[in-house]
Write a protein that binds this ligand. Structure first.
Ligand code: WT7
Length: 647
């Protein structure tokens, strides 16, 4: 069957910022003369002191380092707010839609946002927070989350957002890892009609994180919450007491902007560190080009600020570009499966950027939930977070976009700061399921197992050959781990952890993680993290976790568990373990399958043979491959006989 290709609509080719010829030209220029290219792109920001050096980067061990625009200074909050005040103070910056459609939306102009950010920045300063201090943010999707981020950026504090779906234990670990003295939260969040007890979670977390001196609590739902004297303060009244002007801190381009914890293939989550100048240029540039964004357009990225997509494409990118960004507190299927498209109609959204997992869930509900809405305002659709299967792509294209809207399938990572491989709507003929071509300045390569560069049509490990401005700079508190994790698998290259195929036309097709990371509903989970949660349970001796195919989530979590000998592995214990993992990490880590086994398949040297565990979890047991190095091959027979997936 030949691969469908959707040509660039004539109107897009004519009117977009970048057509195909321009893309080729700019891409060449960005690779041939990065210095000149980035000098020009960096002009999109207001610098306090201009930089002289563009790029000092090396991925080699001997002189390893990543610095962009390093002697320039700027303030990112001023770039998102102050510089828009002269011309667009009354433009809506944030359009907020609550979880419950019966509640009131909020429209916050640049003038108002600037004021709120200044007041909150002054409040942070009054609590002794300044340049370089870490601020943990545990908030629902409310405008105050953006206010908090921008206030940190204004005074040079480093924000660390913890997704509001994480458990108190996970929150405590993240607070401690970066030694935050302050936590910003709300009484409760709301999602899909349910309340999320954020303040109560913080109280539990702080029992394990005694270094926190201040908790600022936003009264969001008005729920009754406990108040700890001298530690807890009320957001609205305390910010209201502050002045509405606040001098932005002059930040060096390489000063840290934020930490965002993400799961890796080993150990505990790592604090991905992004710095100011390079990240800002990358966020603003990619937001403009990928979405062909022009001021005045209503733009909606349906990600949570707890993930990097929310950082770059809900808050920083659109606000640097003077845009109007929609922030949605709710979920796609509450009160019903029309919710996304009703919000599109309500705000006349032109650009919608969402995740494949949500699309697959909505697709399963049937077309009527979509077709009963207008969606006439939509012009461009985006996808992010995991590979989008061609069926979901076609549904998105035909049913949601009525064949009228290009789809930008953007491949990137927490580590990359912004989109790395993506179509551009005015430039790229689309192939459903392919992220297409590299963004400016990005040099993707495919390597084989020996590290040899593959040319032409090929499949291998996706690496990036040279630095780009939005690249993470370190793992918080562990620079060595940064180097080890990303630059030692293939010497001299950034290793993405993803597998990828390039077709004869040069299109890139991400095939998914090739390390021990799984992608559940677009959220990254380290299998090691779930394993250590399971093993921490008193009845568990050993655990091995792998991904399994899941129709809606993309991947589900399949856990092999060996209990302590005296324990009876039964359904009751299964339920107990599931509850335990949710409590240790959060609901996103809920195992889909728990498979009890008296032993795990191991080589004679004691290494778990994950390949076999993956095959069983995929119910692909016809060819288990070479099992001759197993210490006890009977373990596999037992697993096959007890597999819950086998008919
Ligand atoms: C991993 C990164 C991108 C920000 C949100 C997730 C997978 C992401 C795509 C895509 C195929 C994708 C990769 C990547 N991924 N976008 N368009 N096509 N795969 O960020 O949590 O850091 O996860 O998500 O496997 O490595 P993240």
């Amino acid at each position: 069957m030949s691969q469908p290709v959707y040509p660039v609509p004539a109107k897009w080719a004519e009117e977009a910022l970048i057509d195909n010829g321009r893309y080729q030209e700019m891409y060449r220029a960005s690779i041939d003369d990065p210095d000149a290219f980035w000098r020009r792109e960096a002009k999109r920001l207001d610098w306090i002191k201009p930089f002289t050096q563009v790029k000092e980067t090396s991925f080699d061990e001997a002189d390893f380092g990543i610095r962009w625009f390093a002697d320039g200074t700027l303030n990112l909050s001023a770039n998102c707010l102050d510089r828009h005040l002269a011309e667009r103070a009354d433009t809506v910056a944030i359009l907020w839609e609550p979880d419950n459609p019966a509640d009131q939306e909020r429209r916050i102009t640049y003038r108002e946002l600037h004021e709120d950010v200044c007041r909150f920045a002054n409040l942070l300063r009054s609590r002794g927070i300044g340049k370089g201090d870490r601020v943990t943010i545990y908030l629902p999707m409310v405008p105050e989350a953006a206010v908090a981020m921008l206030a940190c950026a204004r005074i040079g504090a480093i924000h660390s957002i913890v997704f509001a779906g994480f458990s108190p234990e996970a929150l405590a670990g993240r607070i401690q890892d970066c030694d935050s003295r302050i936590v910003l939260t709300a009484d409760e969040g709301r999602r899909g009609g349910k309340a999320v007890p954020l303040k109560a979670n913080v109280d539990v977390a702080l029992a394990h994180a005694p270094g926190v001196e201040t908790v600022i609590v936003l009264a969001h739902t008005g729920a009754d919450v406990t108040k700890v004297d001298r530690r807890d303060i009320d957001w609205t009244s305390a910010a209201g007491d502050q002045s509405a002007s606040c001098e932005p801190e002059e930040m060096n381009a390489e000063d840290p902007l934020f930490i965002l914890y993400t799961s890796g293939s080993t150990g505990k989550p790592k604090g991905v560190l992004h710095t100011t100048g390079g990240y800002a240029v990358w966020a603003a540039m990619t937001h403009e080009y990928v979405f062909d964004y022009r001021q005045g357009q209503i733009y909606w990225c349906a990600a949570d600020v707890g993930w990097v997509t929310g950082h770059t494409y809900v808050v920083y990118g659109p606000l640097m570009n003077g845009g109007t960004t929609v922030m949605f507190e709710g979920v796609p299927n509450f009160p019903d499966a029309s919710r996304f498209w009703q919000v599109v109609d309500k705000f006349q959204v032109e650009i919608f950027y969402g995740a494949p997992t949500a699309l697959r869930a909505l697709m399963a509900e049937g077309d009527k939930w979509v077709t009963r809405t207008s969606r006439k305002s939509l012009r461009l659709l985006g996808s992010v977070g995991e590979p989008i299967n061609p069926e979901a792509w076609e549904w998105y294209y035909r049913v949601v976009g009525e064949g009228r809207c290009p789809i930008v399938d953007t491949w990137w990572q927490t580590e990359t700061g912004g989109a790395m491989i993506t179509p551009l709507p005015g430039a790229t003929p689309l192939k459903p399921g392919s992220a297409a071509f590299p963004m400016f300045g990005v040099r993707p390569l495919l390597l084989d197992g020996e590290g040899k560069i593959l040319e032409g049509a090929a499949e291998g490990s996706l690496v990036i050959a040279d630095s780009w401005p939005g690249q993470m700079r370190s793992v918080w508190g562990d620079h060595e781990r940064f180097f080890q994790t990303y630059f030692t698998t293939y010497r001299g290259y950034y290793f993405s952890g993803d597998g990828c195929r390039r077709d004869a036309d040069g299109y890139y097709w991400i095939t998914g993680r090739i390390d021990d990371v799984i992608n559940v509903s677009g959220h990254r989970m380290g299998t090691a993290e779930i394993e250590s949660a399971l093993v921490a349970h008193c009845k568990v001796a050993e655990a091995a976790v792998v991904g399994m195919p899941h129709a809606v989530k993309g991947q589900g979590i399949y856990a092999y568990v060996t209990t302590n000998v005296e324990v009876q592995p039964d359904d009751e214990l299964k339920a107990e373990l599931i509850k335990w993992v949710r409590q240790e990490i959060g609901p996103i880590a809920t195992p889909d399958v728990i498979h009890f086994t008296p032993a795990l398949p191991k080589t004679r040297s004691g290494k778990i043979m994950r390949r076999i565990l993956r095959k069983i979890a995929e119910n692909d047991t016809g060819s288990l491959g070479d099992t001759s190095t197993l210490a006890d091959p009977q373990v596999v027979d037992h697993l096959l006989a007890t597999s819950p997936l086998a008919e």
